[in-house]
Design a protein around this ligand. Sequence first.
Ligand code: C5P
Length: 222
Amino acid sequence: MSNFQIAIDGPSSSGKSTVAQAIAKKLDIIYIDTGAMYRAVTLAVLQDSIEVSDAERVKKILPTLDLTFKRSDEGIQEMYLNRQNVSREIRSDEVTANVSEISAYPFVREKLVEDQRNMASTHSVVMDGRDIGTVVLPDAEHKFFLNASAKVRAKRRFDENIEKGLSNQTLEEIEESIIARDHYDSNREHSPLKKADDAIELETDHLSVEQVVNTIIDHIKK
Ligand code: C5P
């Protein structure tokens, strides 16, 4: 069978990455977490003590960054920045608080979108993000847009943070941060968060991960 592309977009914590990983596993294709790539660039900027508002310096370090994915022995997709596994660091509150500003820079998007298209050109992929169906892979065979209320998304992120020991933020703080990030991501000038006209929208408030995955697989097999 020839290569095919599945695009999954949606707001923060809408379950995209969990669902996309499960689909990749079921279909035995590659999963590309584009949010992790924007997070890795943000981490590099913070590690170099560069002000996120300093466009010139952000632009300068960009070509020095080597971003790659590797699958762990447990089958989990891990993000490497300059050969270091940064999968945990990119989920810190500091990275989360700054990633939207970094990802709004057109030169950052240009580089990462090129990398993402290259990865999708040689393999069947499921890719998740904010602009996959609209900008990165506009010709993807299958496009989905996952949504859920801010309350449900905040609760999912809160439970995940506790399970993985990622953050001490309260449920209210997480909800505020999710709403702020979505607002920023939806209103930026370049490639804002937006459902592609031909994407199937799934409201996941009352659906389990398994139900979402099965719904998507059913659509793909149609
Ligand atoms: O998906 P995740 O929450 O990890 O994404 C982190 C941030 O990266 C988003 O809030 C958004 O600012 C940015 N992003 C983006 N375009 C993508 C994926 C993520 O701008 N395709």
